[in-house]
Design a protein around this ligand. Sequence first.
Ligand code: ADP
Length: 291
Amino acid sequence: MDWTELEGMISAEIGETFSIDDKHSLGGGCINTAYRLQGSNQSYFIKLNQASRLAMFEAEFAGLEAMLQTHSIRVPRPLLTGVSESTAFLLMEYIPLQASGDDQAMGTQLAQMHRHSADQFGWSRDNTIGATAQINDWTDDWVAFWRQHRLGFQTRLAADKGLERRGVRLCEQLAVQLEHFFDDYQPQASLLHGDLWGGNAAYAADGGPVIFDPACYYGDREADLAMTELFSGFSHGFYTAYQQEWPLHNGYETRKILYNQYHILNHYNLFGGAYGSQAVRMTEQLLSLCS
Ligand code: ADP
Protein backbone atom coordinates (compact mmCIF):
# COMPACT_ATOMS: atom_id res chain seq x y z
CA MET A 1 0.00 0.00 0.00
CA ASP A 2 1.40 3.36 -1.02
CA TRP A 3 0.01 5.68 1.67
CA THR A 4 1.21 8.81 -0.11
CA GLU A 5 -0.67 7.74 -3.23
CA LEU A 6 -3.74 7.15 -1.04
CA GLU A 7 -3.46 10.64 0.45
CA GLY A 8 -3.54 11.98 -3.11
CA MET A 9 -6.61 9.90 -3.98
CA ILE A 10 -8.46 11.04 -0.86
CA SER A 11 -7.51 14.67 -1.48
CA ALA A 12 -8.81 14.46 -5.06
CA GLU A 13 -12.05 12.89 -3.84
CA ILE A 14 -12.81 15.41 -1.08
CA GLY A 15 -11.45 18.45 -2.92
CA GLU A 16 -8.98 19.46 -0.23
CA THR A 17 -5.60 18.25 0.95
CA PHE A 18 -5.73 15.29 3.26
CA SER A 19 -2.62 13.98 4.95
CA ILE A 20 -2.38 11.09 7.37
CA ASP A 21 -1.12 12.29 10.76
CA ASP A 22 -1.67 8.98 12.47
CA LYS A 23 -2.47 5.46 11.32
CA HIS A 24 -3.99 3.27 14.04
CA SER A 25 -4.41 -0.46 13.46
CA LEU A 26 -7.85 -1.79 14.48
CA GLY A 27 -8.27 -5.46 15.33
CA GLY A 28 -11.47 -7.42 15.18
CA GLY A 29 -12.15 -7.70 11.46
CA CYS A 30 -12.94 -11.21 10.25
CA ILE A 31 -11.44 -10.90 6.81
CA ASN A 32 -9.60 -7.67 6.26
CA THR A 33 -6.95 -5.53 7.91
CA ALA A 34 -8.42 -2.26 9.21
CA TYR A 35 -7.01 1.11 10.24
CA ARG A 36 -8.20 4.45 11.49
CA LEU A 37 -6.53 7.16 9.44
CA GLN A 38 -6.34 10.40 11.39
CA GLY A 39 -5.90 13.67 9.52
CA SER A 40 -5.90 17.16 10.94
CA ASN A 41 -9.65 17.67 10.50
CA GLN A 42 -11.10 14.24 9.98
CA SER A 43 -10.64 10.52 10.40
CA TYR A 44 -11.37 7.71 7.99
CA PHE A 45 -11.79 3.98 8.42
CA ILE A 46 -9.95 1.89 5.85
CA LYS A 47 -10.05 -1.84 5.14
CA LEU A 48 -7.28 -3.52 3.18
CA ASN A 49 -7.00 -6.81 1.37
CA GLN A 50 -5.13 -8.19 -1.60
CA ALA A 51 -5.77 -6.51 -4.95
CA SER A 52 -7.75 -9.51 -6.22
CA ARG A 53 -10.45 -8.72 -3.61
CA LEU A 54 -11.28 -5.32 -5.12
CA ALA A 55 -14.69 -6.54 -6.35
CA MET A 56 -15.56 -7.53 -2.76
CA PHE A 57 -14.86 -3.98 -1.61
CA GLU A 58 -16.73 -2.47 -4.56
CA ALA A 59 -19.78 -4.53 -3.62
CA GLU A 60 -19.49 -3.47 0.03
CA PHE A 61 -19.23 0.16 -1.11
CA ALA A 62 -22.40 -0.25 -3.16
CA GLY A 63 -24.16 -1.92 -0.23
CA LEU A 64 -23.27 0.89 2.17
CA GLU A 65 -24.46 3.41 -0.39
CA ALA A 66 -27.76 1.57 -0.92
CA MET A 67 -28.44 1.51 2.82
CA LEU A 68 -27.35 5.13 3.20
CA GLN A 69 -29.87 6.20 0.56
CA THR A 70 -32.75 4.81 2.60
CA HIS A 71 -32.12 7.46 5.31
CA SER A 72 -33.27 4.96 7.91
CA ILE A 73 -30.45 3.46 9.96
CA ARG A 74 -26.98 4.96 10.13
CA VAL A 75 -24.20 3.31 8.13
CA PRO A 76 -20.66 4.60 7.53
CA ARG A 77 -20.60 6.82 4.44
CA PRO A 78 -18.36 5.11 1.87
CA LEU A 79 -15.85 7.37 0.20
CA LEU A 80 -13.44 5.55 -2.04
CA THR A 81 -12.44 2.12 -3.19
CA GLY A 82 -9.51 1.15 -5.37
CA VAL A 83 -6.08 -0.43 -5.56
CA SER A 84 -2.69 0.91 -4.53
CA GLU A 85 0.31 -1.24 -5.39
CA SER A 86 -0.88 -4.80 -4.63
CA THR A 87 -3.52 -3.80 -2.07
CA ALA A 88 -7.25 -3.22 -2.53
CA PHE A 89 -8.85 -0.76 -0.14
CA LEU A 90 -12.23 0.50 0.96
CA LEU A 91 -12.29 3.89 2.65
CA MET A 92 -15.27 5.18 4.58
CA GLU A 93 -16.34 7.55 7.29
CA TYR A 94 -14.82 6.68 10.68
CA ILE A 95 -17.49 6.35 13.38
CA PRO A 96 -16.26 5.78 16.95
CA LEU A 97 -18.32 2.74 17.95
CA GLN A 98 -19.50 1.47 21.30
CA ALA A 99 -21.32 -1.65 22.40
CA SER A 100 -24.41 -0.11 23.95
CA GLY A 101 -26.90 2.52 22.89
CA ASP A 102 -30.48 2.96 21.79
CA ASP A 103 -31.38 -0.66 20.99
CA GLN A 104 -35.02 0.23 20.36
CA ALA A 105 -33.99 2.73 17.69
CA MET A 106 -31.97 -0.06 16.08
CA GLY A 107 -35.12 -2.19 15.82
CA THR A 108 -37.29 0.65 14.55
CA GLN A 109 -34.76 1.90 12.02
CA LEU A 110 -33.96 -1.57 10.70
CA ALA A 111 -37.69 -2.10 10.04
CA GLN A 112 -37.75 1.29 8.27
CA MET A 113 -34.84 0.21 6.09
CA HIS A 114 -36.70 -3.00 5.27
CA ARG A 115 -39.61 -0.92 3.98
CA HIS A 116 -37.42 -0.01 0.99
CA SER A 117 -38.29 -2.58 -1.59
CA ALA A 118 -37.60 -3.64 -5.16
CA ASP A 119 -39.79 -5.34 -7.77
CA GLN A 120 -37.62 -8.44 -7.78
CA PHE A 121 -35.40 -10.38 -5.41
CA GLY A 122 -31.65 -10.07 -5.82
CA TRP A 123 -29.42 -7.10 -6.45
CA SER A 124 -27.63 -5.20 -9.17
CA ARG A 125 -24.41 -7.10 -8.45
CA ASP A 126 -23.06 -10.19 -6.76
CA ASN A 127 -21.27 -9.80 -3.45
CA THR A 128 -19.76 -11.98 -0.74
CA ILE A 129 -20.99 -13.48 2.50
CA GLY A 130 -17.88 -13.82 4.62
CA ALA A 131 -15.41 -14.64 1.88
CA THR A 132 -17.91 -16.80 -0.06
CA ALA A 133 -19.47 -15.55 -3.29
CA GLN A 134 -23.13 -14.61 -3.00
CA ILE A 135 -25.06 -14.61 -6.27
CA ASN A 136 -27.80 -12.00 -6.57
CA ASP A 137 -29.30 -12.48 -10.05
CA TRP A 138 -32.64 -10.64 -10.18
CA THR A 139 -35.44 -13.20 -9.75
CA ASP A 140 -39.23 -12.77 -9.65
CA ASP A 141 -39.86 -15.60 -7.26
CA TRP A 142 -38.34 -15.64 -3.76
CA VAL A 143 -38.52 -19.41 -3.33
CA ALA A 144 -36.79 -19.94 -6.67
CA PHE A 145 -34.17 -17.35 -5.65
CA TRP A 146 -33.48 -19.08 -2.33
CA ARG A 147 -33.45 -22.52 -3.94
CA GLN A 148 -30.91 -21.59 -6.59
CA HIS A 149 -28.76 -18.79 -5.25
CA ARG A 150 -28.72 -19.47 -1.54
CA LEU A 151 -29.44 -23.09 -0.54
CA GLY A 152 -28.44 -24.64 -3.89
CA PHE A 153 -25.23 -22.62 -4.21
CA GLN A 154 -24.04 -23.43 -0.68
CA THR A 155 -25.04 -27.09 -1.04
CA ARG A 156 -22.78 -27.45 -4.10
CA LEU A 157 -19.90 -25.82 -2.24
CA ALA A 158 -20.48 -28.10 0.75
CA ALA A 159 -20.48 -31.18 -1.49
CA ASP A 160 -17.16 -30.05 -2.98
CA LYS A 161 -15.76 -29.46 0.49
CA GLY A 162 -16.66 -32.98 1.58
CA LEU A 163 -19.91 -32.68 3.53
CA GLU A 164 -21.20 -36.22 4.17
CA ARG A 165 -23.22 -37.45 1.17
CA ARG A 166 -26.34 -38.00 3.25
CA GLY A 167 -26.17 -34.34 4.31
CA VAL A 168 -25.87 -33.18 0.71
CA ARG A 169 -28.87 -35.34 -0.24
CA LEU A 170 -30.92 -33.88 2.62
CA CYS A 171 -30.11 -30.34 1.44
CA GLU A 172 -31.20 -31.32 -2.08
CA GLN A 173 -34.46 -32.73 -0.70
CA LEU A 174 -35.04 -29.53 1.24
CA ALA A 175 -34.55 -27.49 -1.93
CA VAL A 176 -37.38 -29.46 -3.57
CA GLN A 177 -39.70 -28.90 -0.59
CA LEU A 178 -39.04 -25.21 0.01
CA GLU A 179 -42.55 -24.12 -1.02
CA HIS A 180 -43.84 -25.78 2.12
CA PHE A 181 -42.48 -22.90 4.22
CA PHE A 182 -44.27 -20.28 2.15
CA ASP A 183 -47.83 -21.68 2.09
CA ASP A 184 -49.44 -18.51 3.38
CA TYR A 185 -46.61 -16.02 3.20
CA GLN A 186 -45.38 -13.97 0.29
CA PRO A 187 -42.39 -11.89 1.31
CA GLN A 188 -41.65 -8.47 -0.10
CA ALA A 189 -38.26 -7.80 -1.63
CA SER A 190 -36.82 -5.65 1.18
CA LEU A 191 -33.37 -4.10 1.19
CA LEU A 192 -31.42 -6.36 3.55
CA HIS A 193 -28.13 -5.86 5.34
CA GLY A 194 -27.52 -9.50 4.58
CA ASP A 195 -24.90 -10.29 7.25
CA LEU A 196 -26.51 -8.90 10.37
CA TRP A 197 -24.79 -10.70 13.22
CA GLY A 198 -23.89 -8.85 16.42
CA GLY A 199 -20.37 -8.09 15.21
CA ASN A 200 -21.78 -5.93 12.41
CA ALA A 201 -24.00 -3.71 14.56
CA ALA A 202 -23.00 -1.16 17.20
CA TYR A 203 -23.74 2.35 18.43
CA ALA A 204 -22.23 5.77 17.77
CA ALA A 205 -21.16 8.06 20.62
CA ASP A 206 -24.63 9.66 20.71
CA GLY A 207 -26.15 6.20 21.26
CA GLY A 208 -27.60 6.02 17.75
CA PRO A 209 -27.43 2.60 16.05
CA VAL A 210 -24.95 1.89 13.26
CA ILE A 211 -24.75 -1.17 11.01
CA PHE A 212 -21.78 -1.97 8.78
CA ASP A 213 -19.95 -4.68 6.81
CA PRO A 214 -23.05 -5.62 4.76
CA ALA A 215 -23.82 -8.25 2.12
CA CYS A 216 -26.85 -6.40 0.73
CA TYR A 217 -29.57 -7.69 -1.53
CA TYR A 218 -33.34 -7.43 -1.81
CA GLY A 219 -34.97 -10.35 -0.03
CA ASP A 220 -37.28 -11.47 2.77
CA ARG A 221 -36.69 -9.22 5.80
CA GLU A 222 -37.05 -12.30 7.99
CA ALA A 223 -33.61 -13.38 6.77
CA ASP A 224 -32.01 -10.33 8.47
CA LEU A 225 -34.00 -10.91 11.66
CA ALA A 226 -33.07 -14.60 11.66
CA MET A 227 -29.38 -13.79 11.49
CA THR A 228 -29.62 -11.42 14.46
CA GLU A 229 -30.78 -14.45 16.45
CA LEU A 230 -28.16 -16.90 15.13
CA PHE A 231 -25.24 -15.75 17.27
CA SER A 232 -27.37 -13.57 19.59
CA GLY A 233 -26.17 -10.11 20.71
CA PHE A 234 -29.44 -8.25 20.09
CA SER A 235 -31.65 -7.19 22.97
CA HIS A 236 -35.28 -7.76 23.81
CA GLY A 237 -35.86 -4.02 23.20
CA PHE A 238 -34.54 -4.37 19.65
CA TYR A 239 -37.08 -7.10 18.78
CA THR A 240 -39.98 -5.38 20.51
CA ALA A 241 -39.31 -2.14 18.65
CA TYR A 242 -38.94 -3.96 15.31
CA GLN A 243 -42.27 -5.74 15.83
CA GLN A 244 -43.95 -2.47 16.77
CA GLU A 245 -42.72 -0.81 13.62
CA TRP A 246 -43.49 -3.75 11.31
CA PRO A 247 -44.81 -6.97 12.86
CA LEU A 248 -43.44 -10.27 11.59
CA HIS A 249 -45.78 -12.87 10.09
CA ASN A 250 -46.73 -16.23 11.52
CA GLY A 251 -44.27 -18.86 10.45
CA TYR A 252 -41.18 -16.72 11.12
CA GLU A 253 -40.00 -19.09 13.84
CA THR A 254 -39.85 -21.92 11.29
CA ARG A 255 -38.44 -19.92 8.37
CA LYS A 256 -35.82 -18.58 10.76
CA ILE A 257 -34.26 -22.06 10.82
CA LEU A 258 -34.25 -22.13 7.01
CA TYR A 259 -32.59 -18.73 6.73
CA ASN A 260 -29.97 -19.53 9.34
CA GLN A 261 -29.23 -22.91 7.78
CA TYR A 262 -27.77 -20.88 4.88
CA HIS A 263 -25.30 -19.16 7.20
CA ILE A 264 -24.36 -22.38 8.97
CA LEU A 265 -23.75 -24.06 5.60
CA ASN A 266 -21.63 -21.05 4.69
CA HIS A 267 -19.71 -21.39 7.95
CA TYR A 268 -19.07 -25.03 7.09
CA ASN A 269 -17.82 -23.96 3.67
CA LEU A 270 -15.56 -21.33 5.24
CA PHE A 271 -14.37 -23.05 8.39
CA GLY A 272 -15.39 -26.74 8.13
CA GLY A 273 -15.59 -28.75 11.35
CA ALA A 274 -18.73 -29.06 13.46
CA TYR A 275 -20.67 -26.58 11.32
CA GLY A 276 -21.22 -29.52 8.92
CA SER A 277 -23.13 -31.61 11.46
CA GLN A 278 -25.00 -28.50 12.67
CA ALA A 279 -26.12 -27.78 9.10
CA VAL A 280 -27.26 -31.39 8.68
CA ARG A 281 -29.23 -31.29 11.96
CA MET A 282 -30.95 -28.07 10.89
CA THR A 283 -31.80 -29.62 7.53
CA GLU A 284 -33.29 -32.69 9.22
CA GLN A 285 -35.36 -30.45 11.46
CA LEU A 286 -36.65 -28.50 8.47
CA LEU A 287 -37.49 -31.66 6.52
CA SER A 288 -39.37 -33.06 9.52
CA LEU A 289 -41.57 -29.94 9.39
CA CYS A 290 -42.43 -30.66 5.74
CA SER A 291 -44.06 -34.05 6.33
P1 ADP B 1 -14.27 -7.22 8.27
O1 ADP B 1 -14.81 -6.93 6.89
O2 ADP B 1 -12.83 -7.59 8.23
O3 ADP B 1 -15.11 -8.19 9.07
P2 ADP B 1 -15.51 -4.97 9.64
O4 ADP B 1 -16.13 -4.13 8.58
O5 ADP B 1 -16.43 -5.86 10.42
O6 ADP B 1 -14.28 -5.82 9.05
O7 ADP B 1 -14.71 -4.00 10.63
C1 ADP B 1 -13.90 -4.50 11.68
C2 ADP B 1 -14.21 -3.75 12.97
O8 ADP B 1 -13.91 -2.37 12.80
C3 ADP B 1 -15.69 -3.81 13.33
O9 ADP B 1 -15.96 -4.86 14.20
C4 ADP B 1 -15.94 -2.47 13.99
O10 ADP B 1 -15.70 -2.54 15.37
C5 ADP B 1 -14.90 -1.55 13.38
N1 ADP B 1 -15.49 -0.69 12.32
C6 ADP B 1 -16.10 -1.10 11.18
N2 ADP B 1 -16.47 -0.05 10.43
C7 ADP B 1 -16.09 1.04 11.11
C8 ADP B 1 -16.20 2.45 10.85
N3 ADP B 1 -16.73 2.91 9.72
N4 ADP B 1 -15.71 3.31 11.77
C9 ADP B 1 -15.14 2.84 12.91
N5 ADP B 1 -15.00 1.54 13.21
C10 ADP B 1 -15.48 0.64 12.33
